[in-house]
Design a protein around this ligand. Sequence first.
Ligand SMILES: Cc1cc2nc3c(=O)[nH]c(=O)nc-3n(C[C@H](O)[C@H](O)[C@H](O)COP(=O)(O)OP(=O)(O)OC[C@H]3O[C@@H](n4cnc5c(N)ncnc54)[C@H](O)[C@@H]3O)c2cc1C
Length: 399
Amino acid sequence: MKHRIVVVGAGYAGAFAAGNLARRLSPADTEITVVNAEPDFVERMRLHQLAIGQDLAFRKLADVFAGTGVRLRLARVTGVDPERRTVAVTGPDGDVGDGELAYDTLLYALGSSVAHHDVPGVAEYAFDVTGRSSALRLRERLAGLGEGATVLVVGEGLTGIETATEFAESRPDLSVALAAHGELGAWLSPKARRHLRRAFDRLGITVHEHTRIEAVEPTRAIAADGTRIPAEVTVWAAGFAVHPIAAVSGLEVAETGQIVVDRTMRSVSHPDVYAAGDCAYAIGDNGRPLPMSCGSAGFTNMQATAAIIARLTGSEVPTSALKYYGNHISLGRRDAIFQMVDGDVRSKSWYLGGRTAARLKSGVLKGSGWSIVHPTFGMPKRKRRLATAPDRAGVRAAA
Ligand SMILES: Cc1cc2nc3c(=O)[nH]c(=O)nc-3n(C[C@H](O)[C@H](O)[C@H](O)COP(=O)(O)OP(=O)(O)OC[C@H]3O[C@@H](n4cnc5c(N)ncnc54)[C@H](O)[C@@H]3O)c2cc1C
């Protein structure tokens, strides 16, 4: 019987990992299945662009995996049973069908979605850009707004900044504001912070600093000090949260709900399970948890696939880098900030800004998308047999 590898989630981490595994493991003794809710590879890093009305073409996952040997199952994962080694799924219409997939090795890469933080009114009235369907809902709402309509972005992290600047640049007719817990760009180097403020001024974005939004209503948001901020549209960008599936399934998770993994991205509670991307609680080379980011999705999926392949083929498990270099923040299409951080995650004094940084960011976005839709490019073509394959008894004995 073939070794069944199931990859749940085909975002930046899962899609690349699946292609990589297919390229390097022999189909004679492995069977790789990817389960994803969406039919396309959704470039999450561009969803604020989608929300403001830009036309983006997403590639079909069926085309991405064509010819790789990877089986694609379009379905929603509803549960994982790590004791029975099964994944529960429902089809696109909510049908259960043959609702269970058995695995020998599971790579869990379901990503994240918006974190509501239990703030009243967020679930009912706020919009977000963390998934394609929510970004499309926001797109429709924004398209219907007239001149001078108020849009409030809540959150001064990367997603909040990118969203506010993209919206203000693409729709100068709107009145865009951002609510920040603290000071705008406090975590940036002083020069980069000044650059950010200049960009906000140029784009006419109002900033409400030291403002904690405690409730969202249909046409306004209420701050902790009672200030009422008019907002025909509130965009909630106050962080990402992972799906509770991992925690409910009995896998060991951190407070964040992310799966706790060892240095090789293997679950510390269930050795047949690996995690990569936003849903992995992975400690980086700097001794701190890796942030939820595309960069971390890249490092963790490379480590996870290297470990899976090594363990299955009976070779030594290599360790690959788990780095956090810094942040690359778009400020619309023509400006950006590239801020490096040191080993203690403090911003270095040097930063890159302006058109050069914007061009670099555009290259990063294109490169990440390209590497996913060409999942096997640059990987060794030699397919490796499993150490446990029946005709590989010698290898098994040696291992
Ligand atoms: C607007 C925006 C801008 C961003 N900009 C940047 C940036 O500039 N730089 C950066 O490093 N990071 C950025 N990020 C963060 C980055 O997008 C994420 O960290 C990255 O997508 C994580 O990759 P992942 O593979 O873990 O998850 P995802 O890319 O979210 O992939 C998860 C996959 O799982 C699927 N899925 C989820 N739940 C289920 C389910 N129950 N059943 C089946 N399938 C499911 C989803 O459809 C998706 O295909 C941004 C995020 C947003 C929203």
